[in-house]
Design a protein around this ligand. Structure first.
Ligand code: HAM
Length: 431
């Protein structure tokens, strides 16, 4: 008996040509843009000590509590200890670990690092959500004297992302941002949130009831329809920012205004990783992604280096979901292909109509219309199928049409069929 075929593991996929050409184009455009902003590439291992993510990303986050691929690495010698290892679910913690390990802060300079590579999360797979997915990310980090904390760094990152998306030809993206405050603002806000959630908790969905206990900030980015009114009425983080955080955020917004980068402030954008302080952001896109519409996310993490036992090193960064970026580009290309269809497909009905069809095509083309001509030997269905792929309208040329000079025209988008006199054809076919 033949053994069953082995398939790619659920949530993972093969990328094949010609799609890989698009991946390469995206990556080379990203590299070119990053180098104009002074970023250099960092490559960190795809697995790390589990405690890096537990401490960096946060024990209570969905990523660490539910989604990591973790295993016990066996000791190979009596002198070795077994170690818990994890496939990286994200790369900011790894980059900051490398920053600390290689004492990159000792140069006194701002470090601008980018990476491109796979990440792993055991999520429920769906379009735009995979268990192995790719991120294109970047981090700006340095000692406080390097200016790493400055709002100009936040604005520069956001402006660079807007430039990258524009250069890739992604149209219609939206940027939402927020400030989640400093390490001292956040606990004050979380306490207020807990207090406000206590009396209404029982009215929330079970997921949000759990979050209210374990990680109340996560209630804010819940998409549960029924809970929205209650969530909108909760206290806003903006009212808990200290003067410095407020001014920091205002300076980020002013620099974005100066650069003409459009944005919306969303007071509920807290994001799902614990290391964020002050600015958080997401770029979304509505075409081709369904519910997984976050193209990329990021924010500031001024305390992360210290959380990992390193020196004080404020930082900010982002990660683009490359799979989602590609899906968006593909969906846009499909829309573009539809809009670049020819004006008309002329279908002669019988070979006797071929000369008249070619002559009509000649006239229309000379008037600036884009036209394809079929062949009178085609059956009607074949003509319709060919026309539907290539053009917005099909024009039928049978004996009747040629003797009366009134043509039957079908418009595919509306399925409307009309009789159009010869003189009105150009105007009608342009619609
Ligand atoms: P994140 O929001 O968890 O942030 O992920 C960033 C992006 O990765 C998301 O916006 C999404 O496009 C993509 N992504 C996440 N999970 C999946 C998945 N299962 N399948 C496909 N794409 C996915 C981070 O990872 C932070 N490290 C970003 C950052 C860098 N913050 C500061 N620096």
């Amino acid at each position: 008996m033949a053994s069953p075929n082995i398939k790619a593991v659920r949530g993972t996929r093969d990328l094949l040509p010609p799609e890989t050409d698009l991946w390469n184009r995206v990556e080379s455009t990203a590299r070119a843009v990053f180098s104009r902003y002074g970023f250099g590439e960092i490559r960190t291992p795809i697995f790390e000590d589990t405690s890096l993510f537990a401490r960096g990303v946060g024990e209570e986050t969905d990523i660490v509590s539910k989604e990591m691929y973790t295993w016990e690495d066996r000791a190979r010698a009596a002198s070795e200890k077994a170690q818990s290892l994890t496939l990286r679910p994200e790369n900011t913690a790894g980059v900051v670990r490398a920053y600390i390990e290689h004492k990159l802060g000792d140069t006194g300079n701002l470090q601008k690092l980018f990476y491109i590579g796979p990440q792993f999360r055991r999520e429920r797979p769906q379009r735009g959500r995979y268990r192995q997915f790719w991120q294109i990310g970047a981090e700006v980090i340095g000692p406080p004297t390097s200016g790493a904390e400055s709002p100009i760094r936040d604005a520069e990152i956001l402006e660079m992302l807007a430039t990258l998306l524009d250069e890739l030809g992604i149209t219609g993206w939206t940027l939402q941002l927020n400030s989640v405050g400093s390490a001292t603002d956040r606990p004050r806000y979380v306490a207020a949130l807990k207090e406000a959630l206590a009396p209404i908790k029982h009215q929330l969905c079970p997921d949000n009831q759990r979050r209210a206990d374990t990680n109340p900030l996560r209630v804010l980015d819940s998409k549960d329809e029924a809970d929205q009114d209650l969530i909108n009425a909760l206290p806003k983080i903006a009212d808990f920012l200290d003067a410095e955080s407020k001014s920091h955020f205002e300076q980020v917004l002013a620099a974005l205004d100066a650069c003409g980068v459009p944005y919306t402030v969303n007071p509920r954008l807290v994001r799902g990783l614990d290391y964020y302080t002050r600015t958080t952001f997401e770029f979304s896109h509505s075409v081709g992604l369904g519910s997984q519409n976050a193209l990329l996310g990021g924010g500031r993490y001024d305390g992360l280096s210290e959380m990992l036992g390193g020196p004080r090193a404020p930082g900010i960064g982002f990660a683009i979901g490359e799979d989602r970026l590609i899906l968006t580009l593909q969906a846009q290309a499909e829309t573009a292909a539809q809009t670049t269809k020819l004006d008309a497909y002329l279908a002669p009905l019988g070979i006797a109509s071929n000369p008249a069809a070619l002559s009509l095509a000649r006239d229309l083309r000379r008037q600036g219309l884009s036209v394809e001509v079929g062949d009178g030997s085609f059956r009607l269905k074949k003509s319709f199928d060919a026309a539907d792929k290539l053009a917005r309208h099909i024009v039928l040329l049978g004996e009747d049409e040629l003797s009366t000079n009134i043509f039957t025209v079908k418009t595919f988008a509306t399925a409307e069929q009309k009789k159009i006199p010869r003189a009105d054809l150009p105007t009608h076919l342009r619609t």
